[in-house]
Design a protein around this ligand. Structure first.
Ligand code: ATP
Length: 471
């Protein structure tokens, strides 16, 4: 049933122009997606409201847009060259390879030995292979000895795959420089920490926001745009005084901020939850970390992460670049390397969850109940009859006027019922119909997607009316 739901969403996205498979006419390119005319509007809306809420409306935040191609030393300093990896184990039965976190084994991974270590066979337990219907059969290190001699410890060596996507820069074939397409947008912010301090009037606590593309050599891309190899992130690095336990207050503040933000953007509260990272599951940089998860058709899945990165990044960049990354408090004279509370969300992943959450069917018809802030088109305009020039003229004038403020759709095909259905399917919250009465009273019918209620609104009031409804 849930697979069925994903199939329906994937089909709807292709049919109506939200999301197409990447490079489709050449047989595709795994883990890449192209956003169609409706998809790009929706994605832009997500980014726009995100930016407005975290940069424009706040006094403690500025934004930047750093380069995608960074000096490769950045990734050495950040630890990504050494530690940005996925670990896979292979099932002996079906030969399928799966990430250790997919099997719930990441907590047994010892980064020093790079081995999965269990105290006993019981601790490893029986694991069902995601390949389907059978027990996962692992290759154990020294297995014959272990079984034969009754050894208690069980060890598995996973295969390591670095997620950074290499690229080669330069014109001379034999002198190309190895760089990496950024695996996260975070580092572009940290390396500009001093620039922002020196060129603006920010004072701790403050944040730097960024939205942009990231690239990862994901081994198992899947679940539509959930895990892609090229995707966009929206992130805040929020710099605070390195003080405990005050730092936890900011960490809690951002956790709650984002939970409310997604709920206010239309995601049903019961489909959201926090999931703290346990010791051993955290990224190499994180002191404490939590995910906001969404109840996806395939189970709870990470929406975004809130990570207390401590002073890991700034200290490492200070060490590797030789440049000071310290903050000086001009009132107290104190100098310190700030802590960073990071909020990191995926744009493509968010868009997918907004689509899933909004998807509903009523009497066999699809209604995409997207929040009006997120919906691709805010309003559609129809002349009641396409062959009545007097109606078309008035409707077209309304269409042109509203376009100055909103993304507006035009439809004059078929009957009104069919047009409503077509707009419901793509989540347009309001439909305006110009009828013969409109020619006399200069009013139109506005129909609400979710309640299907209709009301008459003066043509001159339409812009204000829609602003009120959407915002
Ligand atoms: P996951 O555990 O799902 O691989 P992650 O913990 O590696 O994610 P982060 O490195 O914390 O993810 O990245 C922050 C956010 O970026 C994620 O919460 C997600 O929204 C987004 N993101 C990460 N990887 C991908 C991807 N491959 N495709 C789409 N979005 C992604």
């Amino acid at each position: 049933m849930n697979n069925n739901l994903m199939d329906k969403i994937v089909a709807l996205c292709k049919r109506r122009g939200f999301i197409y498979p990447g490079s489709e006419i050449y047989g595709g390119l795994g883990g890449t997606w192209d956003w169609g005319p409706l998809g790009v509007e929706m994605k832009n809306n997500i980014k726009k409201i995100w930016w407005k809420d975290v940069v424009q409306l706040r006094e403690d935040m500025v934004g930047i847009d750093s380069a995608i191609m960074l000096n490769p030393k950045v990734w050495e300093a950040s630890g990504h060259v050494a530690a940005f990896a996925d670990f896979l184990v292979q099932c002996r039965t079906c030969k399928g390879r799966f990430r250790i976190d997919e099997l719930g084994l990441d907590k047994f991974y010892n980064p020093n030995t790079q081995i999965l270590e269990f105290k006993s066979y019981e601790e490893l337990g029986d694991i069902n292979c995601p390949g389907g219907g059978h027990k996962f059969e692992f290759d154990l290190i020294g297995e014959d000895d272990a079984i034969g001699s009754g050894l208690k410890e069980v060890k598995i060596k996973p295969h390591k795959f670095n997620l950074l996507v290499p690229a080669y820069l330069g014109v001379l074939e034999d002198r190309k420089q190895l760089i990496y397409l950024r695996g996260e947008i975070t580092q572009g912010v940290h390396i500009n920490f001093k620039n922002v301090l020196d060129s603006t009037r920010v004072k701790i606590p403050f944040g730097i926001a960024q939205i942009g593309k990231a690239f990862r050599n994901e081994i198992t891309p899947g679940n539509f745009t959930f895990r892609s190899r090229e995707f966009e992130q929206m992130e805040i690095q929020y710099y605070i005084k390195p003080q405990e336990p005050e730092d936890k207050k900011w960490y809690e503040y951002w956790k709650n901020f984002w939970m409310d933000w997604y709920a206010n953007s239309g995601i049903k509260k019961e489909n959201l939850r926090f999931k703290d990272h346990e010791e051993g599951q955290r990224a190499h940089y994180a002191k404490v970390a939590t995910d906001i998860e969404y109840q996806a058709p395939w189970g709870w899945a990470e929406f975004m992460g809130i990570h207390h990165r401590g002073d890991w990044d700034l200290s490492r960049h200070q060490q590797y670049s030789g440049q000071s990354m310290k903050y000086k408090d001009h009132e107290t004279g104190e100098e310190y390397t700030p802590f960073d509370i990071e909020s990191s969300a995926g744009v493509d992943r968010s868009a997918l969850f907004f689509l899933i959450d909004a998807y509903s069917e009523e009497n066999g018809r699809i209604i995409l109940k997207l929040h009006p802030k997120i919906a691709s088109y805010k309003v559609a305009v129809f002349p009641l009859l396409a062959n009545k020039p007097e109606l078309v003229k008035v409707a077209h004038k309304i269409y042109q006027d509203l376009k100055k403020d909103f993304m507006v759709a035009w439809d004059d095909r078929g009957n009104i019922g069919g047009r409503y259905a077509s707009q419901d399917e793509i989540g347009t919250p309001f439909c305006i119909t110009v009828d013969f009465q409109s020619l006399e009273d200069e009013m139109v019918t506005v129909r609400d997607r979710d309640s299907a209620k209709q009301e008459r609104v003066k043509i001159v009031d339409l812009t204000d009316y829609l602003h009120g409804k959407i915002e």
